[in-house]
Write a protein that binds this ligand. Structure first.
Ligand code: C5P
Length: 398
């Protein structure tokens, strides 16, 4: 239910605009009040009169409408809402949002707001897939903008693929999720993820096979519960989670610095596969092949143990510190010993024996080790592991 919630609905220019009229009805059926804003392009597809009639509210169209500036300025209009929804969001409107342009009413409201923004993109397949649009989607995600859709299917332009605006019911569900008073609202959580790269010289590095998929899934699950998430990630293959404060690093030392800078937090989840060692004297220039066949010798130095450092903080320690243990044998015994050694609250142990296919795969089989013992979860998707862990974290921080 959305009783009493105020939605500012920006309708961009696209044929999907006809669905926005249905969206207004469905939001109102849930008890929300809807204030429509039409872009110039939006007006080509939806008449101000029909939007106003369905919303039961004046439609805003022009930045320089002086009556409205006297009555309600654009700053106030953008902040009096609980959520801003952009549906349909055109490629042009998303590009404006991503680069901070404010040259009409819709883009000015989007720049001036201090509320969350939910975007329902709708455009031709090629436009959606264009690197420029994908770059803008990633930038907006980094800024905490939420997305619903686009769906795949046949399009008004005759092509087939992703680009259709999400159905009104799916948008209503996304609005409800965005406005839900999640159990983690007001909590700040740090998640480390991905591998680290330890340079040998400017072109070579030592790395590991972590995809970053489990860490990204945990961050998304925490965001869905309303947490503010700082996501410190090495160079990972998995897509970045949306709605997080993203900090990209390469080396373990950089990760340690980024973690220190992110504190204080209520909880910290260390899902990164941090390299235990770095090359002690990484060369500042590319190491050349020796004519006589002499091989370079690498000396290693130990990296800081980030998890142990945070778990053993004397003051300002997060209330809950969660580590991972990737083991190939004696999983529970080794992970239990690791929890004691590092002094973290929980360890999620997983069997990364190549036979399990877990490393780099989409599933995980974990055992949660705490002071109460070992709790083995059935094998499930990494998203499901993340949702279960996020729910447990919410419970522990109550
Ligand atoms: O000691 P081990 O690498 O097996 O421990 C794994 C756990 O410790 C993971 O949670 C990992 O993120 C964390 N870790 C860390 N800093 C390191 C090494 C591991 O935070 N240098």
């Amino acid at each position: 239910m959305l009783a009493g919630r105020r939605i500012l609905l920006i309708i961009g220019g696209g044929i999907a605009g006809y669905k926005s009229l249905d969206l207004i009805r469905k939001l109102k059926e849930q008890g929300a009040s809807v204030v429509p804003v039409l872009t110039r392009g939006g007006e080509e597809f939806v008449t101000p009169l029909s939007a106003a009639a369905l919303a039961g509210h004046k439609v805003y169209r022009d930045l320089f409408d002086l009556t409205d500036e006297a009555e309600m300025g654009h700053i106030e209009l953008s902040r009096s809402a609980d959520l801003i929804v952009v549906a349909p969001a055109t490629a042009d409107l998303m590009a404006k949002m991503a680069s901070g342009l404010a040259n009409d009413l819709a883009s000015t409201l989007l720049l001036a707001t201090d509320k969350r923004v939910l975007v329902a993109p709708a455009m031709n397949v090629r436009m959606w897939q264009h690197p420029a649009t994908q770059r803008n989607v990633a930038l907006l995600g980094d800024d905490g903008v939420l997305f619903v859709g686009p769906d795949s299917g046949s399009m008004a332009c005759g092509e087939f693929g992703p680009g259709r605006m999400a159905e009104p019911l799916a948008i209503v569900a996304a609005v409800e999720a965005a406005l839900a008073n999640g159990p983690m609202r007001g909590r700040r959580v740090l998640v480390t993820s991905g591998p680290t790269h330890e340079p040998i010289d400017p072109v070579r590095y030592i790395a590991n096979r972590s995809s970053g998929a489990q860490g990204a899934a945990i961050a998304s699950a925490l965001v869905a519960l309303g947490a503010e998430v700082v996501f410190v990630t090495g160079p990972a293959e998995a897509p970045m989670p949306l709605g997080v404060e993203l900090v990209r690093i390469e080396t373990a030392q950089q990760m340690a610095n980024a973690v220190a800078a992110a504190l204080p937090v209520d909880a910290a989840v260390f899902a990164a596969a941090v390299a235990d060692w770095r090359v002690a004297s990484a060369s500042g220039s590319k190491i050349k092949k020796q004519a006589g066949g002499a091989l370079p010798v690498l000396e290693f130095a130990e990296n800081p143990d980030i998890l142990a450092t945070v778990a053993q903080m004397q003051s300002g320690r997060p209330r809950l510190v969660v580590g991972f243990a990737a083991e190939t044998d004696d999983v529970i015994a080794n992970a239990t010993a690791k929890r004691k050694r590092k002094q973290c609250d929980w360890i999620l142990a997983n069997d990364v024996n190549p036979a399990t296919g877990i490393m780099g795969g989409s599933e995980n089989a974990v055992t949660l080790i705490s002071q109460d013992g070992a709790d083995s979860w059935p094998r499930m998707g990494k998203d499901a592991v993340a949702a279960k862990l996020a729910a447990k974290i919410a419970e522990a921080l109550k």
